[in-house]
Design a binder for this molecule. Structure first.
Ligand code: IPE
Ligand code: IPE
Ligand code: MG
Length: 257
């Protein structure tokens, strides 16, 4: 058996999501609970990233998106922002061999032009090196916001309309989807948020339209393999209806009397 294959069913997972997206939240609280600097929480969070990526790969998740830094997170105190950027650089350097070994393609969503130049170069380099890897996608959301994503797409579609490449009446869901940062990535099937907040915080507003949401109280640095498996098990038990009835999608549904 290749190391890729952990059979999900041996963990009670009845159905696997193709695309898992995670709002990795709670690093600051994790550190505060221990009387430590927030940055220590982010460092420990990076270990949770490694665990999650590895298990995703082994279980056969095709796309994993991690919300690492939002467009709004730039307004945090400067030392925290700088610390996060340094940590990101370190992550890119230390994970490169692992991504190559496993055949994982690295990409980002968000406005990476806002990142420090050295980091932009490292991102581009890792993207190019892993471009032909085809076993899994690791998508890191950096300087990303769902509203910003939509603005970016709106500008692109407007530019295409003005240039005569698309007619206004041809602007439809596909036309917008194709101009988002996630253009060639299917929408998330499962969105996990750690640390208990019941909100989306400007993550993938368009793409989460029919994603199953799973929110756990566990803080991101504590998010373990078992916590991840719990989320996947819950996902397996959900009936996705996409606006149809339970009968139409072939699930149990509530029977009409
Ligand atoms: C998530 O943890 C990481 C980033 C947003 C970069 P937080 O830093 O938001 O942690 P809390 O929410 O303050 O606990
Ligand atoms: C969302 O978490 C962003 C990331 C996890 C990168 P935040 O901590 O920034 O969200 P709010 O402020 O609690 O809504
Ligand atoms: Mg937070």
């Amino acid at each position: 058996m290749s190391e890729r294959n952990i059979d999900p069913s041996t963990h009670g997972i009845t159905k696997m999501p193709r695309h898992v997206a995670i709002i990795m939240d709670g690093n600051g609280r994790w550190a505060r609970q221990r009387g430590w600097l927030r940055l220590k929480g982010h460092q420990e969070g990076a270990r949770a990233v490694k665990r999650t990526l590895e298990l995703s790969y082994k279980l056969g998740v095709r796309h994993l998106t991690l919300f690492a830094f939002s467009a709004q997170n730039w307004s945090r105190p400067k030392p925290e922002v700088q610390g996060l950027m340094a940590l990101l650089g370190e992550y890119l350097r230390t994970e490169q061999a692992e991504l190559m070994r496993r055949g994982i393609r690295f990409r980002t969503i968000g406005d990476v032009t806002k990142l420090p130049e050295n980091l932009q170069r490292e991102i581009l380099d890792l993207q190019q090196r892993t471009a032909s890897n085809d076993r899994m996608d690791l998508i890191v959301a950096l300087s990303y916001g769902g509203r910003e994503d939509l603005v970016h797409a709106a500008r692109a579609v407007a530019a295409d309309a003005i240039a005569g490449r698309i007619k206004v009446e041809d602007i439809d869901i596909e036309a917008i989807s194709a101009r988002l940062y996630t253009a060639d990535i299917p929408d998330p099937d499962l969105m996990i948020r750690t640390s208990g907040e019941m909100r989306i915080s400007n993550f993938m507003l368009w793409q989460l339209a029919y994603s199953e949401l799973y929110i756990t109280e566990v803080l991101w640095p504590d998010f373990s393999e078992d916590d991840y498996i719990d989320a996947l098990r819950v996902f397996g038990g959900r009936e996705r209806r996409f606006g149809l009835t339970g009968e139409q999608v072939g699930g149990g549904g509530e029977r009409e009397r």
